[in-house]
Ligand binder design. Structure first.
Ligand SMILES: [Zn+2]
Length: 412
């Protein structure tokens, strides 16, 4: 039986999720649809077909971003909904996909109810959000926001040396519309939470206030490579021993500063990485995130101290580069307020929440009023085949999106 919460057709939405989810489906029910592969093309083609069938005017820009516009009664900037249809390897069917499909459902519901809006309503699909094949992540919204040069994005290469621009052309999505900031009344992105908070609280919707500040550092430790046998412990300068102290030190920074700070050493390369040699060199990454820029600044200074102490103790040289920093991205008050009203009107149980992950909405917030709607991730898990969001929650999220769009676009 299909319900019609705020005109959302649950059954139609569920069928679309299933159908798009079959393109690049893994044997264990996950999704592998890397950016600009044949699977990505098939996913895009299906979306474009559905967008045209819904009466949208579809255009593609120089970065392969797809826009489908539903005209408004006046020549005003559109209310945009968007997300992405690429995935990580053996990822899930909800990350990105859900935002695009709930956006499509919103358009279909507007059509079914013959609702006219003052502002146009546009559905956007951003190219290569995940950064799994081409780095950096969110590359196409980054170009659109003027934060990444088009040339640099075009020259991004995958691990086989294939250029992004060549793949765009190959799959037929090298469009002609300039990829530049465009005016919009609001940008709304529905996305899975990718954390456990909504599920733990038994809520369907998160009204996202902003995206946490992020700091990335790269540490290279130069020890002395030597034989694991004849070299006495007292004369060793082991790069990995110093690195190990930094790994646990990074954890201690988070536990001691507390609050919402999270720290992760996710990449560690040991050289020569063999059984019988003392590691002569280690490179590692340190990812730190906090909603408060000031806390992140303190964490950075703590990291500097941890690294200095660890390397001094082991008698090794090091270079520490803090090479990437994004400040806290607050979402627009009027958009957040519209999402709140919509969540209430949809009868959703909701709370305010922050995003710990980057999204296209982060770059969109740099050029116009943006906001996000989260729906729960079972077990807090994402970027894996177990990624799952129950239909009841998706329905409440979609209804919230629909009502927020209607609110911001203005019903005629
Ligand atoms: Zn995503």
């Amino acid at each position: 039986m299909s319900s019609h919460l705020a005109n959302i057709d649950r059954k139609r939405l569920e069928q679309s999720i299933d159908e798009l989810g079959r393109i690049g489906e893994t044997p264990r029910g996950g999704l592998t649809r890397l950016a600009l592969t044949d699977e990505d093309k098939r996913g895009r083609d299906l979306m474009v077909r559905w967008m045209r069938e819904a009466g949208l005017r579809v255009t593609v820009d120089q970065m392969g971003n797809i826009f489908g516009e539903r005209a408004g009664s006046q020549a005003l900037p559109p209310v945009m909904m968007g997300s992405h249809v690429d995935s990580v390897p053996t990822g899930g069917k909800y990350d990105g996909q859900l935002g695009v499909l709930c956006g499509l459902e919103t358009i279909r519901a507007l059509n079914a109810q013959k609702i006219r809006t003052r502002h146009p309503v546009t559905l956007a699909i951003f190219t290569s959000e995940e950064g799994a094949r081409f780095q950096p992540a969110m590359i196409a919204s980054g170009v659109m926001a003027g934060k990444i040069a088009l040339e640099d994005a075009y020259n991004a290469r995958d691990k086989d040396g294939i250029r992004l621009v060549d793949e765009l052309e190959r799959i037929g999505y090298l469009g002609s519309e300039p990829c530049v900031p465009r005016p919009f009344r609001a940008y709304l992105e529905l996305h899975i939470e990718q954390g456990p908070l909504l599920e733990e609280a038994g809520l369907s919707v998160g009204v996202v206030d902003g995206i946490v500040a992020i700091s990335w550092a790269r540490l290279t430790i130069h020890g002395v490579q030597d034989h694991a046998g004849p070299t006495p412990m007292r004369i060793r300068h082991d790069a990995l021993v110093a690195a190990a102290e930094v790994v646990t030190g990074a954890r201690t920074i988070a536990t001691e500063l507390g609050g919402d700070l999270v720290t992760t050493v996710g990449n560690l390369v040991v050289h020569p990485n063999i059984v019988n040699a003392i590691p002569g060199k280690v490179t590692m990454s340190i990812d730190m995130r906090d909603p408060r820029d000031e806390t992140l600044e303190v964490a950075r200074r703590c990291l500097d101290a941890v690294v200095e102490v660890a390397c001094e103790r082991e008698g090794v040289r090091y270079e520490l580069e803090h090479y990437w920093r994004v400040p806290y991205t607050p979402f627009a008050h009027d958009v957040v307020a519209a999402i709140e009203r919509a969540a209430n009107a949809a009868g959703a149980r909701w709370r305010h929440i922050l995003s710990g992950a980057g999204h296209d909405a982060q770059y969109m917030a740099a050029i116009g009023p943006a906001g996000m709607i989260f729906v729960p991730s079972r077990g807090g898990r994402s970027h894996c085949e177990e990624e799952f969001t129950p239909m009841d929650d998706i329905e409440h999220g979609a209804a919230t999106l629909f009502l927020a769009v209607l609110d911001l676009a203005g019903r005629v």
